[in-house]
Design a protein around this ligand. Structure first.
Ligand code: ACO
Length: 397
């Protein structure tokens, strides 16, 4: 039901829908999400097939251009992306080096995205398709470089430059961990790629909505992406995977799980990694991640927190509190355990989410511009004071 129909009836008639619980903010051809049945498809392709058969760069192409690439298109896309992986030296020397030594990597990453736009004359040329294409390539290519640079800065290690003969996930892992004769383990490279695929898009989530709202003002995409990343930083959104690990650490042992679940039911906190605004069923990404976790643990050894997570899931899925509210594990419940097994500190978890989500943000940004969408400008239900006369400060008591 288009809200414009309401406006035709009466220009002062608005839907009151805080947090957009019942509002479709746009028409989109990118991602299909059926929360009741736990279905997720990018451009019509089931997430399970993409996770099994595709690569992140191919999925990024699919999200942005709408179709799977031919062999030649994929080779060109890979070439173009890898040609943009380097960042201006001043970004590191003057910008990133200016942060406090213990700055949170996601805070650095978010600000670096906005700063990146200041390096390009064409950043504001969003109506020019060629310039737009450049922005897309730059943001997808440079996100892993910025992420690794922020991490290396936060632990006082020298920056590793991109190695463009490596795949997208291998290049990222290499920039993160390369010391001496480090080589990326192919199993871990594949796990990283799967995680990137699963996080690439998720229709109108909080971060993507931020991207679209800011993009609708025709701000440059670096600023819009910084806004989207800021939204993702929140513990109710992308920050939840970090919160899951803290929660599992606090629980400490499987014996403490029942008491913890009871405290959640008393409203003393949330079961992080559980529940979703749209999924009222098992998040399909959580299923794939849970399987991928076992593959990673074969190489890295099992996380001591896995047993606590499994027990928590078992207890919650049998408890009427969670069953009645349709609270199931979401993508964040197991992703943190894999990230931890891959050696990432918890502070990097949201950054690991933001790197692949960049392609989804950009696909939505491009769609919005192609739709020539008006500037986002919701109204409100004013509930404040009625008109009253100004009172001089001396007379206010
Ligand atoms: N633990 C315990 N109770 C919960 C949880 C949870 N994780 N999630 C929701 N509930 C309860 C609420 O207390 C509320 O109960 P009530 O009806 O008795 O008041 C009911 O379920 C509905 O919750 P809402 O907050 O209204 O649901 P909403 O759709 O607004 O929230 C959200 C969705 C933010 C994801 C929520 O489930 C949550 O906070 N989960 C934990 C954080 C998390 O894992 N976030 C990651 C989401 S996935 C992503 O962003 C990539």
């Amino acid at each position: 039901f288009p809200s414009s129909a309401l406006r035709e009836l009466d220009p002062n008639l608005y839907m009151f829908d805080p947090a957009y619980l019942s509002t479709a903010a746009t028409k989109s051809e990118i991602t299909y999400l059926d929360g009741a049945n736990g279905i997720l498809r990018y451009r019509g392709y089931p997430i399970e097939q993409l996770a099994e058969k595709s690569t992140y760069l191919e999925v990024a192409y699919l999200l942005i251009f709408g179709e799977l690439p031919t062999t030649e298109q994929l080779a060109n896309w890979r070439h173009d992306v890898t040609n943009h992986t380097f960042i201006h030296e001043n970004m590191r020397k003057r910008f990133v080096d200016g942060f406090h030594y213990d700055a949170h990597p996601m805070g650095m990453f978010t600000s670096a995205l906005a700063a990146l736009g200041t390096f390009y004359d064409d950043a504001k040329l969003i109506e020019d398709p060629e310039a737009r294409n450049h922005q897309i390539l730059r943001l997808i290519a440079k996100s892993p470089t910025i992420a690794a640079m922020c991490y290396r800065f936060s632990v006082g290690l020298p920056f590793n430059v991109p190695e463009n003969e490596l795949s997208y996930p291998a290049n990222f892992l290499n920039m993160m961990w390369k010391v001496g004769d480090y080589e990326v383990d192919p199993k871990l490279e594949r796990a990283m790629d799967i995680l990137f695929i699963l996080h690439a898009d998720h229709e109108q989530n909080c971060g993507t909505t931020a991207m679209r709202v800011i993009g609708s003002s025709h701000a440059d995409p670096y600023s819009s992406a910084a806004g989207a990343a800021a939204a993702l930083y929140g513990p109710r959104h992308g920050g939840a995977n970090e919160a899951v690990i803290h929660m599992l650490n606090d629980i400490g042992s499987i014996d403490n799980v029942p008491a913890f679940v009871e405290s959640v039911k008393r409203g003393e906190g949330r079961l992080m990694g559980f529940g979703h605004r749209v999924y009222k069923n098992y998040d399909p990404r959580a299923k794939i991640i849970k399987e991928a976790a076992y593959d990673v643990f074969e190489t890295t050894g099992k996380s001591p927190l896995l047993d606590i997570a499994l027990k928590l899931e078992e207890v919650a899925l049998e408890d009427p509190y969670f069953v009645d509210r349709k609270l199931y594990p979401n993508v964040d419940f197991y992703s943190g355990l894999i990230y931890q097994a891959l050696n990432f500190p918890v502070e990097m978890f949201t950054v690991l989410f933001a790197i692949p989500r960049m392609s989804g943000w950009l696909a939505h940004w491009q769609e919005l511009l192609e739709q020539d969408q008006k500037i986002s400008r919701p109204r409100q239900w004013y509930a404040g004071a009625d008109t009253r006369d100004y009172v001089d400060i001396e007379s206010r008591g």
